[in-house]
Design a protein around this ligand. Sequence first.
Ligand SMILES: [Zn+2]
Length: 278
Amino acid sequence: MPSADFFRWQRAGEPYTDCRPGATLTKTLRGHGYTVYTRGNDDHMEAVPPEDHTPFSQTGWPVESPEWFGHAVDIMPQGIPANCPTLAQLGDQMFNDKTANVPGARLIKYMNWEPKGPGGPCYHDAWQPTHKRSASTDRGHNHVSFRSDATHSDEMAGYDPVQRWRDSMTEPLSKTQTRDAVVRTDDAVDNEFPWRADYPAKFPEGDKRANPKVQLQTAVIEAAGRGEAARAAAVEGTTAILARLHEEVAVTLTDAQLDTLADKVTARLQALVFKATP
Ligand SMILES: [Zn+2]
């Protein structure tokens, strides 16, 4: 049996407007290419108690939800562009921004999200008012609910979590990220493209040019065997190729980190070249 508010809403002609922060964030995220939903379906509308996807939520906080405004968005996994953060990365950005009280993000009341992606844990992180984390079953998307005292706030207009995530990617890598990049490169050198003189010949000519592993090999050969300028060019090429090899890791290496990485790959390849030479 749906709530009394549901029937009251029906009699009123089912009015629905997104709260301003929800509408603004939806517009920003759709602009980046995300699929975002706000208004609940029949299940949401008829649920007891009605929650933030309805315009008659009984779970508004810190004040009663203003009538007939919805206070939630669902950011969906479908069709996220390659240059945008995954749901886990986006959730992480918004969680950290809420924690840091960043304007816009501080209007969040709670979010349900999977910080390790599908198959990992699913959390309900609420700030009402202090942070409390509990397990959630609301999987497969990022749910974000907004404070009911922010229904008409313009503040979200200045908040773009995707741009903030991109900006953070140009910062120097952490030690863990650098180590991970080196480990992945080592793995690639050892396992994915066994270093042999005949390796490129295994690929048809057209394939050779398009294959990032062959390109990486060529770039590193140059890095290993040529002068400083060639090495610098090879390092640049290596960056681009690494990015393609590891598309899931959207990071930008600093010059110093690239040098370290290039040195490491070069040393490994030289050792392998030496072994392979009859
Ligand atoms: Zn939701």
